[in-house]
Design a binder for this molecule. Sequence first.
Ligand SMILES: [Zn+2]
Length: 396
Amino acid sequence: MVKMTAILAGEVLAGENLRKCGPSCVLVRDGRILDIISPAEYEAVKNESETIDLGSATLLPGLFECHNHLALDAGLEGHLGMMELSECEHTVLALNGLKKDLLSGVTTARCMGDRNYIDVKIKQMIADGRVEGPDLLVCGIGMRARHGHGFVGLPHSGVEEFRRTCRENMYRKVDHLKIFMTPGTPAASPEEFIPCFITPEEVATAVSEAKSMDIRTTAHCVGGRGLDICIRQGIDVIDHLYSVTAEQIKALENDFGGWVDMTSGIVLDEGREAFTPPAQNVKMRKARPYSTECINRVYQSGKVRFTLGTDAYHGMLYKEVEYAVAGGASTLNALKAVTVNAAEMTGLSKEKGRIAAGYTADLLAVRGDPLEDPHALSQVQFVMKHGKTVRLEEKA
Ligand SMILES: [Zn+2]
């Protein structure tokens, strides 16, 4: 019989509400969580298990990075100009990025568009154990308009062009369909016009194609008319929302059954300016005050269901949790946005995203208490994916 692994930690955040269990032992076998037991109960099983003692660390579910790209690395200067590199170069970027993600505690990542279906291929290689990385959810080719934004996307015009790519993506077995509604940079004020590049008919085509195959749709959308269309047409997940108005928040609260996926660092993290073009940085700086107001509307709503992603800033997901908390979300909701709730948004809530018996043994241990201080998420001590240890630091 395969030996159990017994993981001892000073604190365990368990179940769908990340309940604090105090000093506990999590038992793992065959890639799954068997049980959460007390230190006294551990004494009875310690001879039949292999023990990983994490000391005073806090054990929580492995994280979900909800907005990733494989061939983009937002920590490299000039990364936005790298979309025309070769498939080989993209693959190397992908493997480096995925390694950083995994070692930071990300055990599941939602990919939001890459070229040449490298996301589909790498997802399979990870599942087969040929390459190390988080489990992936992929979208293949992102669909943008000829005149629209979307570095990683390809141009489309008219419902039949959208339909063709939807079906090609679904033939390749993607998990969701991605469209680019608006520019990438946010508005600097409520008066600034936000273009919308995709028509309601084109959006409806993607939604209907996805529904036919029981997969989800997701839209890059900073705000404006594009956001109204996404809400009305029933897009499942809306990403970014840097320019969402108070009125649109009401519509998201009352008329929208889906999720929003926030990527605040793109606008708020001044450290990322080193890696983006000067002209874009000027626009971002101008938009920062109004965007902060808009982004915080989501965090403060309490009713808009949100998840978090970095937009390919590999290994830096903890920063998004910090931005959510700084913007007014409770630490519990911010942590759930990268664990329990992210699992629900991606349709994986019955197998991933929480520490509970029967769930996949995707685990992260950090020094400190992330429910008190989200920065603790950057202090990684241990990462396990599918019951296999991928990182183990000396205990503090
Ligand atoms: Zn993106």
